[in-house]
Design a protein around this ligand. Sequence first.
Ligand SMILES: Nc1ncnc2c1ncn2[C@@H]1O[C@H](COP(=O)(O)OP(=O)(O)O)[C@@H](O)[C@H]1O
Ligand SMILES: [Mg+2]
Length: 358
Amino acid sequence: MTFPLFTVMNLSLGGLESPLIPLVLPVSLATAILFPAARAHRWAGYLLVLLGVQAAVTFTGAVADLVPPLFGGGRRAGHGDALLWTMFTVTAFLVVWANFIGTTLRRTFRGMVRTALDARDDALKTHEERVRSLTTLSGEIAHELKNPLASVKGLAAMIAREVEGRPAERLAVLRREVDRMQEILEGFLNFSRPLLPLNEAHVPLDALCRQVAELHEGMAGERGVGLRVVEGAPVEAWCDARKVRQVMIDVVQNALEAAPRGTTVELQARATPEGGGRVEVRDRGPGVAESLRERVFEPGITTKPQGSGLGLALSRALMRQHGGELSLHARAGGGCVAELFLPAAPQQAEAPRTEALT
Ligand SMILES: Nc1ncnc2c1ncn2[C@@H]1O[C@H](COP(=O)(O)OP(=O)(O)O)[C@@H](O)[C@H]1O
Ligand SMILES: [Mg+2]
């Protein structure tokens, strides 16, 4: 028991000749590199005080004979005062110097990082500006295309009345294609228009599910797919019913398009434990590969030959505008579950569009 205590005292209070004395240099350097300047200077101060205490121990002989038995050091080993004073002065100077070097290194490194970050921010800002001006421009182009397209549609309808046989068939194809172009344009305009303010109220989500299901009975029938609302307790959420219906329509259409003949698409609204509501749209289609599950929310990502890839992007932006969320999951037993979450209470602030889209 006495021996370890003696060793500890010896090492810590062994005077200037303690073998631990050189450690003050790396400590001074490391604290200067790791800590902000004020804290690092304080550390250099502690180390200088420590050094002073060690010098006092050495020169007053207050704790005599601590070092010699272990390390054969001490004044008795023949080190003159001059040498010990020099050692003290040089070590004290080196502590200050190491602090200075460390602080300089830290400052230089931080400067480099800041420059790199500033450069990145600049690049991002330029990129954002370009994206914004491109979005505005493409919105204008889409808008400009609407009128000529409407004229083409009107003219085609007029001509259709006057032709028969093969030309009429070809014209029918042309009119369908024009309709599609109009749909794509509408989708794009919906998407590039800033999100409008919400008109929120307490909305029964289960009733909304039934409405959306009714709207799609025709489409489901044509595809030979069942469409069913799983009934449960009434669920309410604070939302803009028209916007949420638009989201549900997009999601249900995706499900019907993915579902193989003979299977059933299910809609179910449920209350969430934290309040608010959750709507699930489940299908038995191929599902979405894990690697694509987030990418399909980016505008323009589609796997359908005639898809626009805008539905999920706009739907998620709308849900986030409500303070809610839209996500896709794999369904146990195969298929896809689209999950809409809506809060129960009004949100503090509506998420601005840029945030909603990220
Ligand atoms: N229920 C689903 N099952 C399988 N894939 C889906 C489902 N819903 C969406 N997807 C995938 O996400 C893509 C993007 O959907 P969306 O944004 O609605 O655009 P679009 O329907 O025009 O392709 C789809 O092309 C499809 O690959
Ligand atoms: Mg879609």
